[in-house]
Design a protein around this ligand. Structure first.
Ligand code: MRU
Length: 345
């Protein structure tokens, strides 16, 4: 890996601007939390675990900028900072988990001690995501056999996790174990995370990648060209329903129809046991411009209406297994995911 998605630089957060990749490798140096909120909203940093880590550092940044006379005033301002992050992107549960953890960590004897505690907690969250994605990548690599072609969607690599990656982490770990693995990457309309980011990361890892449009996936599955599908997740409900990038559901149904294993790779920080099923997962609706235009070039007649749900929900019956850092979970998911998330899991 030659790039670092997120880096805490002693009071500033350095973000690799993913919206400019692969053309330009540009870093944002954020010293104000509002810049981090904007970077999340504009998907300059994206991918569920990376959003969670960026928000944690952003809250620490916000806390360091608060001028208050006492702890109560400080905590009231901190609450405003957290609220700004809470409305940045609704689907990835990692964001809300980070906010909860930062709220709990906001303790100490005086403002400076609380500010230090928040930086420490953000660094802990980042360290845990790195460790979890490293572990799940190793565990999941057992499912990838020598000679496999894996189909993946969107981007679930190091960029998306500020760690080792989830779906791509599994593929990369299989490659590091000496397995010959190749990838079919869907371009992932509308924002082309597959074409721009997955192809870029796999090229750097020396893993052969073939780019396809989203609409080609069924054809390649039917032709016997796909050995398994591995995707990431933005939120997994207690019953194993999975919210991930729009188009994931289509791939899962096609994989089921063609008898191809469909795996989801995610750290336990992406599991939301507070919701019983995927019906409760909020789906982000983004600007129609992302569908009608690509990089400022209009694809449709002026005034065309477009819908832009950023995620969809795959029912658990299509999911062959969920790869977490605590183990590979299969049906029944309620029990397996519950055990994985429990402190003893
Ligand atoms: O809208 P994005 O690019 O943030 O969506 C990202 C995805 O859907 C990823 O598959 C998911 O967050 C898993 S990242 C390891």
């Amino acid at each position: 890996m030659t790039h670092i998605a997120l880096e805490w630089l002693d009071g500033r957060l350095r973000i690799l601007d993913q919206s400019r990749l692969p053309w330009d490798q540009v870093y944002l140096e954020c010293s104000d939390y509002r810049e981090v909120v904007l970077a999340i909203e504009e998907m300059r940093v994206r991918g569920a675990p990376a959003i969670g880590v960026a928000a944690a550092y952003g809250i620490a940044l916000g806390a360091s900028g608060i001028r208050a006379t006492g702890s109560d005033e400080f905590l009231a301002h901190l609450d405003e900072v957290m609220k700004a992050f809470a409305v940045s992107r609704p689907t990835a549960v990692n964001l809300f988990r980070s906010i909860d953890r930062m709220r709990t960590a906001a303790r100490g004897d005086g403002i400076e001690e609380i500010q230090r505690a928040l930086v420490d907690e953000a660094q802990r969250i980042h360290g845990e995501e790195k460790a979890a994605t490293g572990q799940l990548s190793e565990l999941g690599s057992e499912l990838v056999e020598d000679g496999f072609t894996v189909l993946t969607h969107c981007n679930a690599g190091p960029l998306a996790t500020a760690g080792y990656g989830t779906a791509l982490g599994v593929i990369i770990a299989a490659g590091h174990r000496g397995k010959r693995v190749s990838v079919l990457a869907t371009e992932t309309r509308p924002l082309l995370q597959g074409a721009r980011l997955t192809a870029w990361e796999l090229q750097q890892e020396g893993i052969p990648v073939t780019l396809i449009t989203d609409s080609m996936a069924g054809h390649f599955m039917q032709q016997g060209k796909v050995d398994c599908v591995i995707v990431g997740a933005d939120r997994i409900a207690a019953n194993g329903d999975v919210a991930n990038k729009i188009g994931t559901y289509t791939l899962a149904v096609l994989a089921g129809e063609n008898g191809i294993p469909f795996y989801v790779a995610a750290p336990t920080s992406t599991i939301d046991l507070s919701i019983p099923s995927g019906d409760e997962i909020p789906i982000e609706e983004r600007s129609p411009d992302e569908v009608t235009d690509i990089r400022g070039v209009s694809l449709a007649p002026q005034g065309t209406r477009a819908a832009n749900p950023a995620f969809d929900v795959t029912p658990n019956r299509y999911v062959s297994a969920i790869i977490t850092e605590k183990g590979i979970v299969r049906e029944p998911y309620v029990e397996g995911l519950g055990a994985a998330v429990s402190p003893a899991g």
